[in-house]
Design a protein around this ligand. Structure first.
Ligand SMILES: O=C(O)CCC(=O)C(=O)O
Length: 306
């Protein structure tokens, strides 16, 4: 499978493009069977009467589905088309590369007294503590139909990849993740970067048929949305995330290093389960010359779209 020139143009302009039927019927049927079998606590994905409210995962989490999404031929072919071999599944910095398990996330309808509201703010992937640089793109893949924009599909702000790129061109020193701790994002959230840019569209919540996907640019502001009360479709999705191979390899040297510039090493876990950031490379540090820190004028410099 390859994206058509029209799909590539849409992806570049909007930061997101639908890929219908990314997943073949046989793989999809297998995944659905594995998801059904993995449910515990009396939950039956085909019986809304058995559903708890909101986000659901069985005890111990969702299992790795077979085949692994990252190894699906159609996906591999598109990733090769996009990156010309330069993109690989994202993984935590400081660990040797190993096959990755895609994230599985299920969002069931909310409680009847909760009114659906559109997401008001989102985030960028690739900036969690301990994650490496060079985050390029991600795919959201539906395992069940989502017919309604209120059905819990990933919310995203069209053209926010361009707005965020413009911000980082003006503030390249914050591309390391320090933008999260700097105004206006520190108080106003990612939304603050979008409000400054009139070309960014209103939030859209993903819909589609089981087996469909959306490809998102890594600088797309996005967020999980709520599955409206009363709906009878589970939002069941897997996510595949990709980084630039070379930048990913540089990540352990430069991601959240100690303030004196000594190489990053995973910090001890804080009490709330989140590892604290240990600081960023100071301006002028040699590490900042690595491509992991590059904010290219041409947003597509590290892609293979021509
Ligand atoms: O569950 C979703 O639709 C959104 C997931 C998300 O925000 C993420 O993977 O970063």
């Amino acid at each position: 499978m390859q994206l058509s020139p029209a799909q590539l143009d849409e992806f570049k302009a909007e930061g997101a493009v639908a890929i219908p039927d990314l997943i073949t019927a046989d793989i999809l049927a297998g995944w659905q069977a594995q998801m059904r079998a993995a449910c515990t606590d009396g939950v039956d994905l085909d019986d809304p009467g058995s559903w708890p409210v909101g986000r659901y995962a069985p005890e111990g989490g969702w299992p790795e589905l077979s085949p692994n999404l990252y190894e699906v031929n159609n996906l591999e072919a598109i990733v090769e088309q996009l990156g010309g071999g330069a993109f690989a599944p994202s993984h935590p910095a400081g660990q040797p590369w190993a096959p990755q398990v895609p994230m599985t996330r299920v969002i069931l309808p909310s409680a009847p007294d909760i009114e659906w509201v559109a997401p008001v703010d989102g985030h960028l992937d690739g900036y969690a503590t301990g994650w490496g640089g060079g985050f390029m793109a991600f795919f959201a893949v539906l395992l069940w139909d989502v017919s309604s924009p209120k059905g819990g599909g990933t919310g995203y702000w069209p053209r926010s990849h361009l707005a965020n790129h413009r911000y980082f061109l003006e503030h390249p020193e914050q591309f390391d993740g320090s933008y999260l701790f700097t105004e206006p994002v520190r108080s106003g959230g990612h939304r603050a970067l979008l409000d400054q840019d009139r070309s960014v569209g209103d939030v859209v919540c993903m819909t589609g048929r089981a087996g469909d996907a959306i490809l998102f640019h890594g600088l797309m502001t996005h967020v999980a949305s709520t599955n409206a009360a009363g709906l009878r479709q589970p939002r069941v999705a897997q996510f595949a995330r990709y980084s630039h191979r070379e930048m990913r390899e540089q990540a352990p040297m430069v991601m959240f290093p100690d303030k004196d510039g000594t190489p990053w090493s995973p910090p001890a876990e804080a009490g709330d389960g989140y590892a604290p950031a240990t600081g960023f490379l100071p301006p002028g540090h040699q590490g900042r010359k690595l491509t992991r820190y590059d904010v290219p004028q041409d947003l597509w410099k590290y892609w293979s779209l021509d």
